[in-house]
Design a protein around this ligand. Structure first.
Ligand SMILES: CC(C)(COP(=O)(O)OP(=O)(O)OC[C@H]1O[C@@H](n2cnc3c(N)ncnc32)[C@H](O)[C@@H]1OP(=O)(O)O)[C@@H](O)C(=O)NCCC(=O)NCCS
Length: 277
């Protein structure tokens, strides 16, 4: 029996580039864009100028269900836009119906599902998984192997440490069988300038406030107030972000937005960054 995925895939015609990349007919690849060996570009992809797509990457993949997934899946080519100057690592897989901004860096083996929006100059590290309808704000950095769950939001200038896990279904015990519960079924929201340190787990529907810091390995079960450090399992407030840190972080973010590389031309920093222990 031919399903929607086979029907959509069966109609695609590719042209082959010298590098061995396969580009679906009608796809616009932009000027001065490099498509590496074995790259596959499916219909509906719009690549900006000056992108680099390394070997084996797949752009515009359709989602396909085996019939046991709980979320409705549409196996149809939509549109995947990739902004100018964006770099996509080897063997990364980007699904259809997402929008990747300009000058974004996507690491090798990363995967971005449908419905995602990745803001300009964001970094998604090696092996990062961004599930459906994930938003990652401009200048945010998501470190290697982090798992961004479906329907979650990361605002601008956020840092997500390596191996962070996010969840969107507290009642998975029942809902995996389609049994309805009243608890939140969406991912967390990480407000701008926050940090979620390595290996932390953030539960469904949680809000990590602006400029907050979630310590390494924490399990976040309650909202984190802005500019607050939380640690532990379960995560509890440890202390506030010092005012000097807050001012410095805000100044660096403003410089990045103006296009100044803060590492080359740092704005004036407060004299004392030493913490008061
Ligand atoms: C939360 C964090 C900022 C605390 O740093 P700090 O203020 O310098 O803390 P200290 O190392 O001085 O430790 C103070 C106390 O907190 C405890 N502590 C520190 N980090 C902790 C954590 N993540 N979870 C639980 N307790 C922690 C320490 O054991 C110590 O307790 P003690 O006094 O009973 O021994 C830091 O541990 C952290 O998570 N940083 C982020 C690291 C990271 O993931 N980077 C990603 C890129 S590599």
């Amino acid at each position: 029996m031919t399903g929607p995925a086979q029907r959509a895939l069966g109609t695609v015609r590719f042209r082959r580039l010298d590098t061995g990349a396969a580009v679906a007919d009608g796809v616009s690849t932009g000027d001065d864009t490099f498509l590496g060996n074995g790259v596959t570009v499916y219909p509906g992809v719009v690549l900006g100028d000056g992108c680099v797509v390394l070997d084996g990457a797949v752009l515009g993949r359709i989602p396909i269900s085996n019939g046991t997934t709980t979320r409705p899946i549409e196996s149809r080519f939509g549109r995947l836009t990739i902004g100018a100057g964006t770099i996509i690592g080897a063997n990364a897989v980007l699904y259809t119906n997402s929008a990747i901004g300009p000058s974004v860096l996507i690491g090798d083996l990363a995967s971005i599902r449908e419905g995602c929006e990745i803001g300009e100059r964001a970094v998604l590290g090696r092996g990062v998984m961004a599930l459906y309808n994930c938003k990652v704000g401009a200048f945010s950095r998501v470190q290697d192997q982090a798992h961004l769950v479906g329907d979650m939001t990361i605002e601008e200038h956020v840092f997500i440490g390596m191996g962070v896990v996010t969840t969107n279904d507290k009642d998975v015990y029942l809902s995996r069988f389609g049994i309805e519960t009243s608890s939140p079924r969406h991912g967390p929201t990480i407000r701008k300038l926050a940090v979620v340190a390595a290996g932390a787990t953030v539960m469904a529907g949680i809000e990590v406030g602006e400029g907050a810091l979630v310590g390494a390995g924490a399990v976040v079960t309650r909202d984190v107030p802005p500019w607050t450090i939380v640690t532990g399992v379960p995560a509890r407030p440890a202390r506030q972000i010092p005012d000097e840190w807050r001012e410095a972080v805000l100044a660096w973010a403003r410089a990045a937005e103006r296009g100044v590389d803060p590492s080359e031309a740092p704005p004036p920093l407060p004299a004392a960054l030493a913490r008061d222990r």
